[in-house]
Ligand binder design. Structure first.
Ligand code: GLV
Length: 325
């Protein structure tokens, strides 16, 4: 089986593919390929190990007539047209579970950094402006005891909630179609979106991107948040109407935001750059040495399992494994 790896990933994953006797080609340039380049690169491949920046649509799939599996190096798979893959009998896999805690750590990092004005105060200090202790300077929002609103109480959302309820003694509200019994036992409360927005000091987003979550947070929702509240997004950019967020931050409708993802990343709405009350990270929530190694391992093991006739670990469209079902 020939595998095309769309960008260099931790070597452990490449080694797993090679040890299984698969023929591996890694994009030697560390850049996102254009659609035409990608079509050309995958044309003889039976497997693609894709990155979340590679849109794998029907056209790309049809450029690779022998394609059987697309193993995404991410838990989110909105870059892949799963319906088109299923229609063609192509298996799609992702990397759930291994990045939950690392992503939750980073959501909490953004939450704390935003609430305690860390980036702004760092810039102030670097600029040589720290000339005296300020009784009234850089007054942030307490983290401990604050109300944390989790939008999407799946694995990552729950991991963020637990961080809040643990040492920080936060009150946790969550919005989700399902009850999360584990969170309920720990004292979290499932509420409707309006209640969550109106009562939370920090709103943290943890939903997958799909048509029902696109612009889940727009001007109306931002207006419902407390003026003193912060919005944290480590999910996907289009979950938030980014222009509406810029407007809300400018108008002081909310106090601040911590963002890891953007609506048209890597482009950012230009208004974001000039704002002091937003922290901007370059989509790095899962970026720890350990976790990126685990993601590479999982993506590679999915391909090897498939190639050796075993059940892949984390199929997104398992129905293609049992044709006729
Ligand atoms: C990262 O954003 C992922 O979906 O794994």
């Amino acid at each position: 089986m020939r595998v095309y790896v769309c960008r260099p990933i931790p070597e452990v994953g490449i080694q797993i593919l090679r040890d299984a006797g698969l023929e591996v080609e890694v994009n030697s340039e560390n850049r996102v390929l254009s659609k035409e380049e990608l079509k050309q690169a995958v044309k003889n491949s039976e497997a693609i190990l894709s990155i979340l920046t590679d849109p794998i649509d029907a056209e790309v799939m049809d450029a690779a007539p022998n394609l059987k599996i697309i193993a995404n190096f991410a838990v989110g798979f909105n870059n892949i047209d799963v319906k088109a893959a299923t229609e063609r009998g192509i298996l799609v896999t992702n990397t759930p579970g291994v990045l939950d805690d690392t992503t939750a750590d980073f959501a909490f990092t953004l939450l704390m950094a935003a609430g305690r004005l860390l980036v702004d105060s760092d810039q102030f200090t670097r600029a040589g402006k720290f000339d005296k202790w300020e009784p009234m300077g850089f007054l942030g929002q307490d983290i401990h005891g604050a109300t944390l609103g989790i939008v999407g109480a799946g694995r990552i959302g729950a991991a963020v909630a637990k961080r809040g309820m643990g040492g920080f003694q936060m009150k946790v509200l969550y919005f989700d179609p399902s009850e999360n019994e584990e969170l309920n036992k720990l004292g979290a409360k499932k509420v409707d979106m309006d209640t969550l927005l109106a009562q939370s000091d920090f709103v943290s987003l943890h939903v997958p991107l799909n048509p029902s979550t696109t612009h889940l947070i727009s001007a109306k929702e931002l207006k419902m948040m407390k003026k003193s509240a912060f919005l944290i997004n480590t999910a996907r950019g289009p979950v938030v109407d980014e222009q509406a967020l810029v407007d809300a931050l400018k108008a002081g409708e909310i106090r601040g935001a911590g963002l890891d993802v953007y609506e048209e990343e890597p482009k950012l709405k230009s208004g974001l750059f000039g704002l002091k009350n937003v922290i901007l990270a370059p989509h790095i929530a899962s970026a720890s040495i350990q976790t990126r190694g685990k993601m590479a391992t999982m993506a590679a093991e999915n391909i090897v399992a498939f190639a050796t006739g075993k059940k892949p670990l984390t199929p997104v469209n398992p129905e293609v494994l049992t044709p006729g079902s």
